[in-house]
Design a protein around this ligand. Structure first.
Ligand SMILES: Cc1ncc(C[n+]2csc(CCOP(=O)(O)OP(=O)(O)O)c2C)c(N)n1
Ligand SMILES: [Mg+2]
Length: 217
C-alpha cells in the first residue's frame, strides 16, 4: 500500500478495507489465499483464480453448477469486470470471451466454462488461436450436465432411472479437452490437483495468448 494511503475501516459486508488517499476515499484489495487442500473442486479452482487474477482482468463466467463459490472467494481480489450468462442460455461465454479479448487487447480475459456448455461453442478456441487472443479458458471437467441432476432433484425426482441418468452424463467417451484445444492451435494442459491447477493458472496469467486448462473436478 502506498504511504499516502490511510486505512479507515474494514467493510465486513464487502470484505474490503476502506482507506483514504490524498483525502479521497478508496478501497484496498488483499490477495486471497491459495487453497490448502490438494483436492481440486469448484471451491479450490476459484480460490486459485482469485489469488492470481490480475487487476483489470475480464472474467466471463459459465461455470454453471461450479460457479457459486465465485461470490465468496473474489470479494477481496483484484478489481475486475465480471460477465455472466443470461438465464436459460448455454455456450455463450467462449464467444463472449473471444469478443471481449478483441475489444480489449490489453486486458487478460479468463473464461470459466462448464464442460457441457463448452461443447456448444468450442470452435471459439480456433478464433482465439487465429487472432492470438489473450484468453485463458478453464474447463470444469465434471463429465456431466451436473446442473440438470440438481434440477431433477428440485422437481422431486428422488431416484431417476438409468436412462435418465445417462442423458446427463458426459463419460463414454470422456472428452479430452487438452487434445480438443491443441487440435485448434491452443496450448492446453490438464490439472487433477489444486497444486497442478495453481501452477498452470499462474503461468497462464504471466504469459499472453490463448490457453486452456482442463480442471478435472
Ligand atoms: C440450447 C440449450 N440446451 C439445453 C439447455 C439446458 N442446460 C442448461 S445448463 C446445461 C448443462 C450445463 O452443463 P455444464 O456446462 O457441464 O455445467 P454443469 O451443469 O456440469 O455445472 C444444459 C444442458 C439450455 N439451457 N439451452
Ligand atoms: Mg459439466
Amino acid at each position: 500500500m502506498a504511504s499516502a494511503c490511510r486505512l479507515e475501516k474494514f467493510d465486513k459486508c464487502r470484505g474490503i478495507f476502506v482507506a483514504k488517499k490524498k483525502g479521497r476515499r478508496c478501497t484496498v484489495f488483499s490477495t486471497p489465499a491459495l487453497p490448502k487442500s490438494g483436492k481440486l473442486d469448484a471451491r479450490t479452482v476459484i480460490q486459485v483464480i482469485a489469488h492470481y487474477l490480475p487487476e483489470n482482468a475480464i472474467l466471463a463466467d459459465e461455470a454453471v453448477s461450479s460457479g457459486y463459490p465465485y461470490f465468496n472467494y473474489t470479494v477481496t481480489c483484484a478489481p475486475h469486470d465480471y460477465l455472466n450468462v443470461a438465464g436459460g442460455a448455454i455456450g455463450d461465454m467462449m464467444p463472449v470471451s473471444t469478443g471481449a479479448a478483441i475489444a480489449c487487447r490489453d486486458r487478460k480475459v479468463v473464461c470459466l466454462e462448464g464442460d457441457g456448455s463448452a461443447m456448444y461453442t468450442l470452435q471459439a478456441l480456433w478464433t482465439q488461436a487465429r487472432e492470438r487472443l489473450d484468453v485463458t479458458t478453464v474447463i470444469y471437467a465434471n463429465r456431466s450436465y451436473a446442473i440438470l441432476n440438481i434440477e431433477l432433484a428440485r422437481l422431486g425426482v428422488g431416484n431417476p432411472g438409468l436412462t435418465t441418468r445417462l442423458l446427463f452424463d458426459l463419460h463414454d467417451p470422456t472428452l479430452d479437452w487438452v487434445k480438443l484445444a491443441e487440435g485448434m492451435g491452443v496450448e492446453a494442459a490438464r490439472a487433477e490437483t489444486a497444486e497442478q491447477f495453481a501452477d498452470l493458472f499462474a503461468s497462464a496469467m504471466k504469459t499472453r495468448g490463448p490457453r486452456l486448462i482442463e480442471a478435472v473436478i
